[in-house]
Design a protein around this ligand. Structure first.
Ligand SMILES: *[C@@H]1O[C@H](CO)[C@@H](O)[C@H](O)[C@H]1NC(C)=O
Ligand SMILES: *[C@@H]1O[C@H](CO)[C@@H](O)[C@H](O)[C@H]1NC(C)=O
Length: 222
């Protein structure tokens, strides 16, 4: 406890002025309770994080409360949908002080959004049987990930395709990292805008406009 408090006092003296305390807990369901802990420097919000997972039709839910930098509060819903095999949807709501007493996290948005992607999920280099997946809520992108997951000494060749939210696509990249105790080495990691009745027009405009602007700039500068 001494180190975080010292860091916090230092942060308060230096500039940020605040010495935030947040509840820390993790558990199943849509709530949890735990003790208050002092946040490290730079962690200027308390976060409530709710994750809904379905695996082969079985639903699970978990809740986490902790400190978080406010910049990370703005990532938006984190949603990945590989169809029947697996979906995982996370919502983050941040609060400070008394507001945390009444803060609630809305359930994940599972309303179909009219877009679709080719999807499949294969572990251990199994055949990835693609089928069309209907995207939900904030899932405006089609994601395509392949690589190796090493967990507890065993290694799995993995291919995953499906719908994903912008927040996921903005953060995936080819390379290695560790996630929840597993080491992940991605050889493919890409996203494309999911097509759909409502999605095509804004999607294309979003992609084409910056591209055109870039080309124009290049012409002007050369
Ligand atoms: C979570 O649990 C706390 C403590 O039991 C309670 O005060 C709070 O209202 C609960 N929040 C929700 C959203 O159920
Ligand atoms: C859920 O997602 C749909 C489709 O993207 C959207 O139209 C709707 O506004 C969302 N609902 C909420 C409560 O955010």
């Amino acid at each position: 406890m001494e180190a975080p408090l010292a860091v916090c006092i230092l942060a308060a003296l230096l500039a940020t002025g605040t010495c935030l305390q947040c509840e820390f807990c993790t558990g199943a369901g849509n709530n949890c309770t735990g003790s208050m802990q002092t946040c490290a420097a730079g962690q200027d919000s308390c976060a409530f994080i709710r994750t809904d997972v379905t695996m082969v039709g079985v639903k699970g839910q978990s809740f986490l409360k902790s400190c978080l930098p406010s910049s990370e509060c703005k990532v938006g819903p984190i949603s990945v949908n590989f169809g029947q095999v697996m979906t995982t949807r996370t919502s983050i709501v941040c609060c400070v002080g008394d507001a945390c007493r009444t803060t609630t996290v809305p359930p994940a948005n599972t309303t179909l959004n009219g877009r679709s992607c080719r999807g499949c999920y294969a572990l251990n280099a199994g055949q990835c049987n693609e089928q069309t997946i209907a995207c939900t809520g904030p899932e405006t992108q089609c994601i395509d990930i392949a690589g190796t997951i090493t967990s507890g000494g065993s290694q799995m060749q993995t291919v995953m395709k499906g719908c994903a939210s912008e927040s996921v696509c903005a953060n995936i990249k080819v390379g290695s990292g560790t996630f929840a105790g597993s080491s992940v080495d991605l050889t493919t990691a890409k996203c494309t805008v999911a097509s759909g009745a409502v999605g095509v027009a804004p999607g294309l405009v979003e992609i084409l406009l910056p591209a055109l602007a870039g080309l124009l700039l290049l012409k002007l500068l050369s």
